[in-house]
Design a protein around this ligand. Structure first.
Ligand code: PEP
Length: 249
């Protein structure tokens, strides 16, 4: 990465973890050492947000993995941004590919959730990326631009947003995008921000890469000029997460 953007590494535990397992993760995160030049946030299952906030080091942010677009009411099974904040957490991951593809969340719903979460004072990690068939048919740029365009009307404050580009074919598959493949899309995304939002937002917004990042692949990816960090699934449950946090050193 280049410029003034602070390197950002998010973890996404998905639907994993027990209190005992979270205590182990908290221990290796405390031991670190974690680079002070990296902003670190971990996405925990909703039921463990409070427990994770209490046990993780104070310099590690805690994110919910989803939230709804209303403050309260008859929405069985949902969690509001206010509830997340009430547990001492400041972040939410929205639009993860599993929310889109397993639970059928649309671009429109994700956009509305982003808008509501921001209006309630949460910081947001919106996720998006192309499917394998879309990449293979040369449609990656068209797909990710459409996903960003759907979010844009509801992004009222870009300083509270970290964009996570996650090619669906690379998530949980062990198939990491090559540094050149990831850099190409990140540069296109930054240009999209320049053309559709502003030069300032293009220069200051962190665009992180997700998709099977490991301690072995993180350093070369981190050296690309438009890759400002990572969203890490499987490896964020393991001690190698510390090496990924320190990838930029
Ligand atoms: C993710 O869950 O966002 C992710 C990138 O998972 P993994 O690192 O396991 O591919």
């Amino acid at each position: 990465m280049t410029g003034d953007r602070k390197f950002f590494v998010g973890g996404n535990w998905k639907m994993n973890g027990t209190k005992a397992e979270i205590a182990v993760i908290a221990k290796f995160m405390k031991t670190g050492p974690l680079s002070p030049n990296t902003e670190v946030v971990v996405g925990c299952p909703q039921c463990y947000l409070g427990y994770s906030r209490e046990h993780l080091p104070a310099n590690v942010g805690v994110a919910a993995q989803n939230c709804y677009k209303a403050a309260k009411g008859a929405f069985t099974g949902e969690v509001s941004p206010g509830m997340i904040k009430d547990l001492g957490c400041e972040w939410v991951i929205l639009g993860h590919s599993e929310r889109r593809n397993v639970f059928g969340e649309s671009d429109q719903l994700i956009s509305e959730k982003i808008g509501f979460a921001l209006s309630e004072g949460l910081k947001v990690i919106p996720c998006f990326g192309e499917q394998l068939a879309e990449r293979e048919s040369g449609r990656t740029k068209e797909v990710v631009f459409a996903q960003l365009s759907a979010m844009k009307p509801n992004i009222t404050d870009w300083s509270k947003v970290v964009l996570a580009y996650e090619p669906v074919w690379a998530i949980g598959t062990g198939l990491t995008a090559s540094p050149a493949q990831a850099q190409e899309v990140h540069a296109q995304l930054r240009q999209w921000l320049r053309d559709n939002v502003s030069e300032e937002v293009a220069n200051s917004t962190r665009i992180i890469y997700g998709g099977s990042v490991t301690a072995g692949t993180c350093k070369e990816l981190a050296s690309q000029p438009d890759i400002d960090g990572f969203l890490v699934g499987g490896a964020s449950l393991k001690p190698e997460f510390v090496a990924i946090i320190n990838a930029q050193q």
